[in-house]
Design a protein around this ligand. Structure first.
Ligand code: ATP
Length: 367
């Protein structure tokens, strides 16, 4: 069993930088957990504390149920893959992969077996005699992953391992690391700033901001039930639309009033929003719920609003429409082949069955 548990962990640098604050996170045995958040949110520091490369100021870190705060990195039975691969330039791929095992005085036959096995899994058997300068970025990354695999550690830690690769290779390596995890079934913590990488790879995702954990959940839960406006805006691309306004009560319904736009709210939200009548809040709707032309009749909870087209971005399979509606800016993603012109006045159908509402002050989700 290799659970990784962080309890009330805090790390500061100097007097002013609180890199990680009150972090509680439990990574289950064999789980693939992604830590995601914008630059500087504390994800690398959290990972480095688990690795033993950074000391903990306060709180406890346990691996496999054993407190490791005072256990040196080399005795934690973890292997880490870094962004810059950190391969030794004067060693061949084989020697790089064998290095850690040599240090630990494994028998030569065992080292050879493990390196060749790992190379086979990663499809780099033909490259083992090459030095890093003769390897492409993707190949170097495989060697770096191979060096971690041969150790057969309890826990794998990845720190932005794909960020030096070009977009196409990144997508390929993403799938390979996921497959590798399915095969090796080792507990994994994977750090990235890329929400798409997090969504596609994580069994669960921990979203961080300014050293604080915002939400830990399965990818689709994060997408559909974000706990606050930050998570709602960080997960998903293009980002969720946010419109500021107030909730008003009319004779027999609730209306969201943006100033120039009025949107009648479906009754399913009344219970959550009743206590917000007259108060400012933020209405959120993802671009795929803002429909142009393809507003199918079967949708029940809809509202129609007028908008002016500002910019059209055709992508081939879909297009992003940047729109001005009332006082607000909106983005719609559409798959229709009939695209509007810049400046055109159009009608939008908002699918409100997936609407979000956030407190304007605290930004916490009201649903
Ligand atoms: P990135 O994606 O840019 O690597 P991150 O989310 O991994 O960001 P960390 O590297 O964990 O963030 O940094 C968290 C905060 O701690 C940042 O404000 C950073 O400047 C600060 N920090 C990190 N390491 C040190 C250090 N050795 N000395 C001083 N401040 C540090």
């Amino acid at each position: 069993m290799a659970t990784v548990e962080l309890k009330n962990v805090r790390k500061t640098f100097g007097r002013n930088v609180i890199a990680v604050d009150r972090l509680d996170l439990e990574v289950k045995d064999k789980e693939f957990m992604v830590l995601v958040g914008p630059s500087g949110c504390g994800k690398s520091t959290s990972l480095r504390m688990v690795a033993g490369l950074e000391e903990v100021d306060e709180g406890e870190i346990s691996i496999g149920g054993k407190l490791v705060n005072d256990v040196p990195a080399k005795d934690r039975d973890i292997a880490m893959v870094f962004q810059n691969y950190a391969l030794y330039p004067h060693m061949t791929a084989y020697q790089n992969m064998a290095f850690g095992l040599r240090l630990r005085k494994y028998p030569q036959a065992e080292i050879d077996k493990r390196v060749r096995e790992a190379a086979e899994i990663l499809g780099i058997s033909e490259l083992l005699h090459r030095k890093p300068k003769a390897l492409s970025g993707g190949e170097s990354q495989r060697v770096a992953v191979g060096r971690a695999i041969v150790r057969k550690p309890k826990v794998f830690l990845f720190d932005e391992p794909l960020s030096n690769l070009d977009a196409k290779l990144r997508v390929q390596m993403r799938a390979e690391i996921s497959k590798l995890h399915a095969r090796l079934k080792a507990t994994t913590i994977y750090v990235t700033h890329d929400q798409l990488e997090a969504m596609t790879m994580g069994e669960r995702i921990a979203v961080m901001r300014d050293g604080l954990l915002q939400q830990v959940d399965q990818p689709l839960q994060l997408y559909h039930k974000p706990t606050n406006k930050f998570v709602a805006g960080f997960i998903g691309s293009p980002t969720m639309n946010f419109i500021e306004g107030i909730i008003e009560k009319t004779e027999n319904s609730l209306v969201f009033d943006e100033g120039l736009l009025k949107i009648e709210i479906p009754s399913r939200y009344y219970k959550s929003l009743n206590r917000y009548i007259g108060k400012p809040l933020i209405f959120g709707l993802r671009p795929e719920e803002v429909h142009y032309l393809d507003s199918a009749e079967y949708r029940k909870e809809t509202a129609e609003i007028p908008a002016t087209v500002d910019v059209v971005e055709p992508m081939g399979n879909e297009a992003f429409l940047h729109l001005i509606a009332g006082k607000s800016r909106l983005v719609a993603s559409t798959r229709t082949s009939t695209l509007p012109q810049m400046g055109e006045k159009i009608k939008l159908t908002l699918d409100l069955s997936r609407a979000h509402f956030f407190d304007k002050e605290t930004e916490v989700s009201l649903l």
